[in-house]
Structures are given as structure tokens and as C-alpha cells.
Design a binder for this molecule. Sequence first.
Ligand code: SF4
Length: 338
Amino acid sequence: MSTSNTAQPVQWHVRQAVQPAPEKRAWSVQAVQQLLDKPFLDLLFQAQSVHRAHWPEGDIELATLLSVKTGGCPENCGYCPQSVEFDTGVKAEKLMSVEEVTHAALAAKNAGATRFCMGAAWRAPKDRDIEKMNALIGAVKGLGLQTCATLGMLEPHQARSLREAGLDYYNHNLDTAPEYYQDVVSTREYQDRLDTLQAVRAAGISVCCGGIIGMGEETVHRAGLIAQLANLNPHPESVPINSLVRVPGTPLADAEPVDPLDFVRVIAVARITMPTARVRLSAGRQQLGDAVQALCFMAGANSIFYGDKLLVTGNPDVEADTALLRKLGLNDYKQPVC
Ligand code: SF4
């Protein structure tokens, strides 16, 4: 599949969950941990059974992420190369123009993406930043893509403004369990995250919220993260699960690598506890390899970040993803809808 801007766009079905959410139940950390501790194949079977009851077979959402304002962030998230506190070689850049973002979004659409997420490295945007973001959101929405943004902490009036501009999803991750949070970031509180999620939900924007595995946390913290996400009412529509990318210069550069099968377990438990969420394989996906990614899809992952930079013809990441989806017979690759 070509990724050039002149190529005929391929339009994938944008599907919602086929079954309504089951009756909401509260998940204790202990109950989630019991799931995480199940024999691997039993867990996979249960997750796949839940997945098939709620989602069409072989359907993977393709979302593209673009950093529209990179670096210079005053927060100190221990995994992030964009913090000003860490010497990672990332240079601060100003907000991209409407033209640049439109160009990238069109390329993403032509490559098959249905959702376009714009990330800006702010602690909390100012109102004038929100106005600029609104222009970007309007431009992306005008291309027929679902819009998503991740901009840091929001006030309720800012969330409403973004919604009026056409924002469909807001990403704001909880990262880990409340008990482990201060080991990862000390410039904000867990409650700050929950407050922003509340403002987003109240504005009528769908919630994209997940976490990161492999930051030195214990299994109980993984269970604590999933319990927090699953107990949001309603649970997030999108749940990105990241495998830590250990960036030199960040405090977590030397974290113990996560066992790939433990990562698959977290995906499976996210699927079981949040049946109608899009569970997304996010950062660190490439380092998992094809076989582990296939297990993640078996465990109920049904969304990937796809081409996580400006897309140009021949982008090798996009081609590798396309080849993997084709190999696994996912996303109607036998019969694309053109
Ligand atoms: S708030 Fe976002 S951009 Fe800033 S350091 Fe944390 S993860 Fe990085």
C-alpha cells in the first residue's frame, strides 16, 4: 500500500463495539491481580472469549500520533524524553502550523489511519494554546478523521472549547497505580489526572486513558492501574497500554525490561475488565516483535499506533505494520474497501 499523498485513500471500516457494555462492576485490585496470575493460556482464552463477544473479528483500529509541539515540558515524568529536567537531546520546538498538521493528517489518512492524535508537551495549555489547537482540530476533522489530542492538564472550560472545535477523544494517561505514581513523576498528583479526566468526560469528549508497563512496578501496581481504569465510570473508550521505551538520559533508562508474556497478560486483563474499550498497543510495540504482537491481538488488543511520525512514501514502520496485519489476516486485508 502506497503512503504517498497522491495515492487513492484506502477507507477501512470504523467500527464500534458490537455489543453494549455489560453491567458495570467494580474491580478490586485483588480481583485484577487474580486475573493477572491465571495460567497464561486460560487467561488468553478468557480474554479472547470476551473480545469476540463484544467486537467484530479481525478488526484493528489504526491511529496515528503526531507530536505537534515537541519538548520543553516542565513536568518530570521519568519515562519521557521531552522533559526539560532530562538531558535526552530532544530540542524544544514550537507548535506546528495548520498547514503542516493538515499535510501530516492527510498522509495518515491515505495510509489507512482513521484516528489522528495530536500531542503537545505542555504541563497545562494556556487559553491561547487552546485557541491554536482548536484550529488544528478543525483542520483534521475537516479531512474526515476522528480527532484526538493530548495536551496535559485541562480546565473544564478548556475541555468544552476543544469539544466545540470538534475534538472526539482526549488522551490523558494514568501511567501506573496511585501507590507507585510518585516513583514516576513528582511534579503533579494522581488526583490532577483524575480531575482532567473528569473535565474531559463532562465536556462530552471520549476518554483515551491507559498506562505504561515496565517502569519497575510490581504486579500489584499493574493490577492497581487496571483497576483504576476499569472503575472509571464509564471506563475509557480507548485504553493505550505502553511498554516502556527506555530512553537514554531519562531516569528510567536502565529499568528492567518487561517480560513480553507479562505484557500480554496486562493486555488480556485490560480486555476482560473493559470489554468495550479499544485496547491499544502503543509505545514500545515494535520492540515486542511480530509473535508477541500477535499474542496481544489474541489477548484482545484491537488498536495500534500506526506510523508515529510524519508519514512519507516508503515509511518502513507503516510497511512493517501493513505486512504484519496482512500476515495475520486482520483488517479485511483480503478485501479492503476502496
Ligand atoms: S507531561 Fe507529557 S510531555 Fe511532559 S514530561 Fe510528562 S509525558 Fe513528557
